[in-house]
Design a protein around this ligand. Structure first.
Ligand code: ZN
Length: 208
């Protein structure tokens, strides 16, 4: 088990480093490098994806691993970051720097770390061919730092209509919020961000 965890940790850090190296600042909003990378990353691991277009150069991505029963568990995160300009970076914000037990880079906390963990988790489930009761769905959305239109377009795409609940890996300083049927799980990051994700089914929205 320790070996598996070490491998998973290493893969997740490498994945996070790759995501930090792909600019997805919003504004101006040009996140497509991220879903393009994720699409290839997942395809290499036999996981199919579907892009949900937002506008030119911008899209969200939804991927699914099949389970036995109807309904899905949706793992959700946003792929855009705040702009680097105006922040007090003393290092290249688009290069992942290890500093002790920390990894620094634009979006490392909010929320490419959460996105990397969700992707790594899905890939590990697929790799080990775990028997799932319900589908696992990755819903990674654009434009959270703007007008939340990526989440809205995913919610209205029909791709997550069967969601039983939705888990958001947004950093909130360690707090866990449970809203209606939707669960927001917080990563242990230092950042704090706002997230709004529309879902279908329960008709509920989340803001934290
Ligand atoms: Zn965020």
């Amino acid at each position: 088990m320790t070996k598996i965890m070490d491998e998973l940790r290493t893969e997740t850090i490498e994945l996070l480093s790759s995501l930090i190296g792909i600019r997805s600042e919003n504004p101006p909003g040009s996140e497509d490098g991220i879903p393009e990378f994720i699409e290839r990353y997942l395809a290499d691991r036999d996981i199919d994806s579907e892009r949900v277009p937002l506008e030119n150069g911008r899209s969200s991505i939804v991927s699914r691993i099949a389970g036995r029963l109807p309904g899905s568990y949706v793992l959700c995160g946003h792929i855009d970051t705040v702009p680097a300009e105006g922040s007090q970076w003393t290092t290249n914000p688009f290069f992942a720097h290890r500093e002790g037990r920390y990894l620094r880079g634009l979006g490392a906390a909010d929320m490419k770390s959460g996105v990397a963990v969700l992707i790594a988790l899905a890939c590990d489930i697929k790799k080990r061919a775990l028997a799932l009761s319900h589908d696992i769905v990755l819903a990674l959305t654009a434009d959270e730092e703007g007008s939340y239109r990526g989440a809205t377009s995913v919610a209205s795409s029909g791709l997550i209509d069967d969601a039983r609940f939705l888990l958001i890996a947004e950093p909130t300083g360690g707090a866990v919020y449970l809203v209606s049927r939707l669960l927001s799980l917080c990563s242990d990051g230092a950042g704090c961000g706002m997230v709004w994700h529309a879902t279908t089914g329960s008709g509920s929205d989340v803001e934290s």
